[in-house]
Ligand binder design. Structure first.
Ligand code: F6P
Length: 515
């Protein structure tokens, strides 16, 4: 622990010093966004960055020279550079589970053996993709990808964002235990032409296996002679997949050191590679690797994930913002808020630090969002005039994803830009109902195009921003013990062994399932 979370170890020596930097950040007099623009004609140039086909505009946040300097000192005190080095060289930074967090090794950056291992496993995946394309598993038209959390949200986001409509396979990703999610897919798909992909890092998750059993039952009922012969398993526990009845040749393992919510780059991306093609998958990895290099090699005053984390910490700790909203002005990215919710909230929604001590600041903000322009007609009232200050993140893509008249895309993008401007400048009125206070921050990410490479870089940006936030807070972002109690209690209810829960829960259970 000493070398990994060095700041924790040197805490006694450096505590006052670190508090000084938080103190300087917290006590810095606030300047309005419009004044920041008036005072600094170069503000846009100074607070915008470009990387891998994405333009990041932080100029409509309250970040300015003094604040940035204090955050840079805080980052230094927190050992951020060493932590990034540790992350990218395979040090066991996930100290509660005593393992490394090696998602970057999937992209070619990490400990030599892990990079090589990831490369070999990717080759294996590619081999299976090619074999299926060559018809080894018969005529496949439909793919059911079963998984939940990190084993579903990433693949679903990628499939939705990058599909172009002429794919050879129709792929449905199902996660929920609710049969209403799976049933319509079974009604639509041809069991004889369906490939079942079971994605589970632990190969134990209840929802995934109930769904898998239902799909196997459906295949059997439909007369598929060997349903297990049509199953692919994606897991870090290949021995469990063998035990469950899957032939070793159809198991695609990945390393246990790749966290669930960081796993879309591993064999968990198999359904993506099969549906969209191996080239698209390779582009994703290449785009992510570019962002990895940027995060690893760029000084913090120009480092995009780090600057984003400074903004996050400023709004969270200094302005007490409890949420951050993400609006994708592109239907193709409609699943991004869901994906980010798991990435950020499961990683940093904690109240203990990596050293086990209580966290004395706000942890991850609640991440929420939607798509523009729909959200403008639903939730933007609160953003413009409500009592909560909500930092907003806008995403838009310059190249449209459709062939309809230009007005659609033109209108979409200009709506996006107008919202950021309106939040910032506001509009004074003597009529309080029509007064817009303004000074509400936003960040805009403008993508040149939505392709594999850019999306890979975008997702890696979010991963590294989450890590930078974790380091500034002293949190280990790579475990998730908070979800275990709910699983335990579900199992206790399912066991129905006579043990009583609280009266409210007992009544709910008895109403739903009378004896
Ligand atoms: O319950 C939370 C969680 O463990 C996530 O962290 C994970 O992404 C998800 O469940 C699914 O887990 P698995 O891939 O092991 O089925």
């Amino acid at each position: 622990m000493a070398e990994i979370w060095g700041v924790q170890v040197f805490r006694n020596k450096q505590k006052e010093y670190i508090l000084d930097h938080w103190n300087a950040i917290e006590t810095q007099p606030a300047t309005t966004l419009t004044s920041l623009f008036e005072e600094n004609p170069d503000r846009v140039a100074q607070f915008s960055h470009e990387q891998s086909g994405i333009y990041f505009d932080f100029s409509k946040t309250h970040l300015e020279k003094g604040l940035l300097e204090n955050f840079l000192k805080l980052a230094e005190d927190k050992g951020l550079a060493d932590q990034i080095e540790a992350l990218m060289t395979g040090v066991a930074i996930n100290i509660s589970e005593e393992r490394a967090a090696e998602h970057t090794a999937e992209r070619g950056i990490g400990a030599e053996t892990s990079v090589e291992n990831a490369r070999l496993l990717k080759n294996r995946m590619q081999g299976l993709v090619q074999a299926i394309e060559a018809g080894v598993l018969g005529d496949i038209e439909h793919i059911i990808h079963l998984g939940i959390g990190g084993s579903a949200l990433g693949p679903e986001l990628l499939l939705e964002a990058l599909k172009i409509g002429d794919e050879k396979y129709e792929t449905a990703a199902i996660s929920n235990i609710d049969g209403s999610a799976l049933e319509p897919v079974l009604e639509r798909f041809d069991a004889h032409k369906t490939l079942l992909v079971v994605a589970s890092k632990s190969f134990t998750t209840a929802e995934t296996f109930l769904n898998a059993r239902s799909v196997i039952e459906w295949m059997t009922e439909q007369g598929v002679s060997d349903p297990f012969g049509k199953i692919i398993a994606l897991t870090a526990m290949p021995e469990k997949a063998v035990e469950w009845g899957i032939d070793e040749s159809r198991i695609l393992p990945f390393s246990e050191t790749v966290g669930g919510r960081y796993s879309l780059w591993s064999s968990i991306g198999f359904s993506v590679a099969l549906t969209l093609g191996m080239e698209v998958f390779d582009d994703l990895l290449a785009g992510a690797a570019e962002m990895d290099q940027h995060f690893k090699d760029t000084s913090f005053d120009q480092n995009i994930p780090v600057i984003a984390a400074f903004c996050d910490q400023y709004y969270s700790q200094v302005r007490n913002c409890e949420t951050r909203a993400v609006f994708a002005y592109d239907e193709r990215l409609k699943l991004l808020p869901d994906y980010l919710q798991q990435l950020e909230m499961e990683s940093n929604g904690k109240s203990v630090m990596a050293d086990g001590k209580p966290l004395d600041r706000h942890s991850s903000p609640i991440v929420w969002g939607g798509v523009g322009t729909d959200a403008q007609h639903a939730v933007f009232q609160l953003l413009h005039q409500g009592t909560h200050l909500v930092p907003v993140e806008f995403l838009a893509v310059i190249e449209p994803g459709h062939l309809l008249a230009e007005e659609h895309h033109h209108g979409l993008l200009l709506n996006c830009f107008a919202q950021g401007a309106a939040l910032m400048t506001g509009k004074k009125s003597d009529d309080p109902n029509r007064n817009y206070p303004g000074d509400r921050p936003s960040v805009t990410l403008l993508l040149d195009d939505l392709d594999g490479k850019t999306l890979g870089a975008l997702i890696a940006f979010y991963e590294h921003r989450t890590f930078a936030n974790a380091v500034l807070l002293g949190i280990n972002p790579y475990d998730q013990f908070g979800v275990e109690l709910g699983k335990e209690m579900t199992n206790a209810l399912l066991a129905d062994d006579g043990n009583q829960m609280d009266p409210s829960t007992e009544i709910l259970k008895n109403r739903a399932f009378p004896a």
